[in-house]
Unconditional design. Structure first.
Length: 87
């Protein structure tokens, strides 16, 4: 892994900013349920250990969040399917 604790902290701040900007941009285009699902998926779990232990969990959250966004391309904005992240 490349980087140190400071790099990881910066990455998490940028991820959180991206999530907030995405929710803001989509707030008029999709349902609150989809936004809630996206926010839950992208939120990082509490730090459980060092970067090597936490990073895979954080990346899995990003994959789920991206799956929600990709689901928006496939159907209506208020679709229940779009609100469900891919496994």
């Amino acid at each position: 892994m490349v980087g140190d604790l400071e790099d990881h902290r910066f990455w998490k701040m940028r991820r959180d900013r991206w999530a907030l900007d995405t929710v803001e941009a989509l707030s008029d285009m999709t349902s609150p349920a989809v936004l809630h699902t996206f926010e839950r998926a992208v939120s990082s779990p509490a730090a459980l250990g060092d970067i090597a232990e936490d990073l895979p969990l954080e990346l899995e959250g990003l994959r789920r969040a991206l799956a929600v966004l990709l689901g928006l391309q496939d159907g209506p904005a208020d679709s229940q399917e779009a609100a469900r992240p891919a496994p």
